[in-house]
Design a protein around this ligand. Sequence first.
Ligand SMILES: *Cc1c(COP(=O)(O)O)cnc(C)c1O
Length: 381
Amino acid sequence: MFMTTQLTNLHIETLAVHAGFHIDPQTKSLSQPIHMATTFEHPADSALNDGYLYQRYTNPTQEQLEIALGLLEGGGEALFFATGLAAAAAMLHTLKPGDRVILADDTYFAIRKLFVDEGGRMGLRCELVDLTDHSAVQTALMQPAALVWMETPSNPLIKVTDVEYVAKLAKAAGAKSVVDATFATPILLKPLALGVDVVLHSTTKYLSGHSDNMGGSLITRDAALRARLFELRKLLGGTASPFAAWLTLRGIRTLPCRLAWHCDSAEKIAAFLASHMGVEKTHYPGLPSHAGHEIAARQMQRFGGMLSLQVKGDRTRAILVASRLRLFTNATSLGSTESLVEHRQSVEGPTSTTPDNLLRLSVGLEHVDDLIADLAQALAA
Ligand SMILES: *Cc1c(COP(=O)(O)O)cnc(C)c1O
């Protein structure tokens, strides 16, 4: 097996191919066996056990993936979960009644509900703050807090948070900081190097990459926090199937190549939309007009494959444009081979704060000229 120490000073593309890779000693197979075992033999006195015990605690296939996730993040300890939400729920349970939590105001809808509604029921005091507004961040973090939750680029407004800045203020306020870096992936943003305590990825998205596999991960260099999260995964039962771990690791092998293509196409589509008469506003951090462009250029490798547009007109017009698209499928989720479009307000429901003329695009791996032609016909008067 490749020792993790042999994988230093390599480019991310090389790491993505080799991290967690080893030749199976029994069969010499290059593709990794999937260990579906739920239980493992242990000594008669199981207190002496130094290996695996039960799949829900940890298992060999999941551990292989976790090695890769930690290396991609630039050296951290990863935990894999059944979904991104299961990972977020484990973070929620590290908190106690009365704890103050600062969440980005446009945190992913289900995570916002998890903390505000379910966390609220547990006695958490959650506050939604625009983390791109530094004076609002300063005001919020003048008082102590237990957790600061960032998401960048955010969903669905593609807002960019200055991760290093917020992490520093969070630390001074005594809070652990989390970045949900699902849109950025470990390729485009390295939150741990910017001083953040925990990185979350919904691996359902770009890491798996094919709209056929769910998962989530938390990566941290804080050993005590990792031990607590490990215990919580065990007790909350958010462990993923080994098959899901295996598919995620397979997705990671091609992540840098896929992502480069996603970014190339998204940049061209953003430029097309930004100059289109039928578009009121294009939200993409690669556009110099984007409020977070300079921060994104500083902290990210590229600008990602996600963008949103506000059509000129109302909700009805936005839904008409979405219904006319042929290559972009109306579906939720993102980060897959096929391009997707979604009218976010209608999927988020009555408490949504998303503008009613906004469509979110996940730019897939089709040829960009075909995608632009599709958008052009859908946006025609
Ligand atoms: C999808 C998503 C999640 C939730 O992940 P699941 O795997 O669906 O549970 C969290 N954050 C962001 C930014 C997402 O896009």
